[in-house]
Design a protein around this ligand. Sequence first.
Ligand code: ADP
Ligand code: MG
Length: 204
Amino acid sequence: MESQSIMKIRNISMTYHTLDGEIETLKNIDLDVNKGDIITIVGPSGCGKSTLLSIIAGLVNPSKGEVFINDKKVNGTNKDIGYMFQRDHLFEWRTIMGNVLIGLEIQDKVTDEKKKFAEKLLDTYGLEDFKNNYPNQLSGGMRQRVALIRTLAIEPEILLLDEPFSALDYQTRLAIADEIGTILKKEGKTALMVTHDIAEAMSV
Ligand code: ADP
Ligand code: MG
């Protein structure tokens, strides 16, 4: 039968070589992610979560092992993957709409249709009145939603989320984790999130 898994992680190991010696960060990691899965990996700070996401995103080469996305071996970055970092990285001098379109601009893919899609995401997720505002006029939770919409605007098949809520206060964090879980399910995305916070993991 045809395999359903959209992402296959096979025997990944990562050792960093530094002046102080070797740091064995990941050892023999295997994971299959099926289409539509929303998976959270929980682990303490320094256990290699960001390293794993960077390897999946093709930003870092593993010491050993392979990652396959749609049965194609990862070798460099991949337009099917959207990467949302721990901090929202919004550009303060750009409007919310300007921020949401930046991924498309970088890929030279701004079309009327894609713009409309991005606007619709802002409308659907409670930011319709803020398109022309600047990031510093938004709450932390709203900024994080903008960062997610910016990632969704390039229509990646898979989203990688690296502790996306840890900069927020506790209450906001749980609320936005729940919201973002809802958005990911509604948009039919496959997502892999890493966090050190069990409560955050449970609310997605
Ligand atoms: P986490 O995201 O779980 O906090 P990281 O993947 O950032 O963990 O880091 C795992 C380990 O690898 C840590 O000990 C960290 O110091 C080390 N590390 C991460 N990136 C590098 C790098 N570029 N060079 C050397 N060591 C690194
Ligand atoms: Mg990290």
